[in-house]
Ligand binder design. Sequence first.
Ligand SMILES: *Cc1c(COP(=O)(O)O)cnc(C)c1O
Length: 376
Amino acid sequence: MNPPMVPWINPHFAPDNELMSALRKILRSGRVTNNGPMVAAFESAAAKFLGVEEVIAVSNGSDALLLSAYALGGKGRAILPSFTFMATLSAVVHNGLIPVFCDVEPDRWTMSPRHLETLLRKTKDVALIVPVNSFGVPPDLPSILSLASSAGAKVLYDDAHGFGSKISGFARCPGVAVRIISLHATKVLPAVEGGLIICEDRTLAKRIRQLRSHGLAVPLEKSLPGFNARMDELRAAVGLHSLRGFRQTMTRRRRYAQRLRAYIEDHFRGVFINQQIPPEVESNYTNLAIRIPAAEKIGIDAVIAQFQKSGVETRRYFYPALHQFECFRERRPTALPVTERLALSLFCLPLHSLMKEKDLRRIESALRDVRRMVSS
Ligand SMILES: *Cc1c(COP(=O)(O)O)cnc(C)c1O
């Protein structure tokens, strides 16, 4: 019998007595939601970790985007990468903004400031720019912020992948109006489902808190139409538990990612291509994405099937790119050559903090099998 596949992802909850007794206590108390003490404790622990004044915990990363784009307001167009997840686009479209797709940088795989500059030159009414963290690597925020400021556009940073990534040693992103993080089970700080909003403007942060809970205010007459984007007490307890173990799980995740990246660099240069991590960036390695240029010819499904045969589960990311969805085909924008190439040749290898030496060896051996296949 074949050994089980190395899974692509494996959320690490490690339910110990502390977590189980917290969950029991919440359920026994009957105080299970509506901004209770566990949410408050989780918010202040996350804020401390990120080095910011406050964070706002919400139901999930997608609601965080939707609510943030709403709170930022603005009418007209929003520029976002096409190389991202549907949720980035939904937040823009459901707020009545017209999406304009930007290409990504060929090595870093995040929003291209060069293309952004071109788009800003020929696009009127850009209200919002939504750069995205790809697999743990943040985009070139200083360049994007400066272009946004010249264009009078606000920046909503989709940092769904980014909890624990650092730029120049810092976990905070100064100058970004609003930033969101996902706590989904497939991300590095799982709360089952959940999200964080970081907004350093106190007035705007207060408005986001109000909108999170139906827009209710004190006195009630001052309420506005809002959302229900609350996090509940149970998931806040899970999030807090994940945060307590975060440094440890991150140390392991980082070690495995760096080992596999070095193996790829040493043995398969030019055949498999690692994501470029700029020197000022410390990645949290949300995903271990690689590009296999040969897949553009032989087809990525054939490559995935070979990995599968070698016992390793992999995923295409992001495919299709947003501008390739049928709902956009008719008014397909200018070609996005880098994005289109990535959609045909990029995917994620398994990476999680529960991997064993034998899993790492299986991945290395699968890489050798795939190299043989693509070179023959
Ligand atoms: C996961 C993800 C989201 C959405 O987060 P959820 O918590 O799953 O709703 C948004 N943007 C990107 C880039 C993501 O990967």
